[in-house]
Design a protein around this ligand. Structure first.
Ligand code: URA
Length: 228
């Protein structure tokens, strides 16, 4: 039997798989490395959502410089390859990263709120987000970023509880608690949105420059900041 759900979560919808949200939190909390968390997600009963996906999409890139990007959910290409942001939106993201001297191989770390592709690329349901969030929170703790960028409204809503529209909150630095420190976090426009609304690329460019300045201030691109 699963442990009793903490009262703080009792108003959240129950997820579909057999584990309750509290046991999901326990599973995530028991993981002590990114590799353990990846394995835990791969063996987790993720209900219908997971059964409908070809792969668990965990993360890509390099966490050791403390620069973390969080998107929404895998699409078709991501589901096929088991990696985040490898389709058209991912290619645009790579170009955006390159514009500020970032890339996955050397200094940027990328994940999503949702680890399995929602069928037909529909928006993830609140239940699916509630199922994945304990894993994402642990993922952030284990990756120990020193700067976080939220890609799009869905990530802003689930990570920061931001109900305001992305146009209103993009480009604003906020703070996110990771263990004992407050980490700067900024929502920006999702690359898939920019593919549909290229006129808004200039807004994303402003956000990228602000991100580059913060990276510079924090000295995150200096060699070997730390070893994860
Ligand atoms: N969009 C996302 O939010 N994440 C991906 O991995 C791909 C597209």
């Amino acid at each position: 039997p699963s442990p009793k759900m903490p009262s703080a979560f009792s108003t959240l919808p129950q997820r579909e798989g057999k584990d309750s949200i509290s046991s999901t939190m326990e599973i995530a909390a028991a993981c002590n490395s990114l590799a353990e968390l990846k394995t835990a997600l791969e063996t987790f009963d993720g209900g219908e959502l997971k059964r409908g996906a070809a792969h668990t999409v965990f993360a890509d890139g390099t966490p050791s410089h403390g620069i973390m990007f969080i998107g929404e959910a895998p699409g078709r290409e991501e589901d096929q390859k088991g990696l985040p942001f490898v389709g058209r939106a991912g290619q645009l993201l790579d170009r955006m990263l390159a514009a500020i001297a970032l890339d996955r191989r050397s200094n940027a770390y990328i994940t999503n709120v949702i680890n399995w592709r929602p069928p037909g690329n529909r928006d993830p349901s609140p239940e699916e987000a509630a199922m994945c969030l304990p894993f994402l929170r642990r993922h952030i703790e284990l990756a120990a970023p020193r700067l976080i960028v939220l890609l799009g409204a869905v990530a802003a809503r689930h990570v920061m509880g931001q109900a305001d529209g992305i146009m209103k909150i993009r480009g604003r630095w906020m703070e996110y608690r990771v263990d004992d420190s407050m980490v700067p976090i900024m929502p920006t426009l999702h690359p898939a949105y920019l593919l549909r609304q290229p006129a808004h690329k200039k807004l994303a460019w402003r956000d990228l420059q602000s991100i580059a300045e913060k990276i510079e201030t924090l000295g995150l691109l200096e060699p070997a900041v730390r070893v994860n």
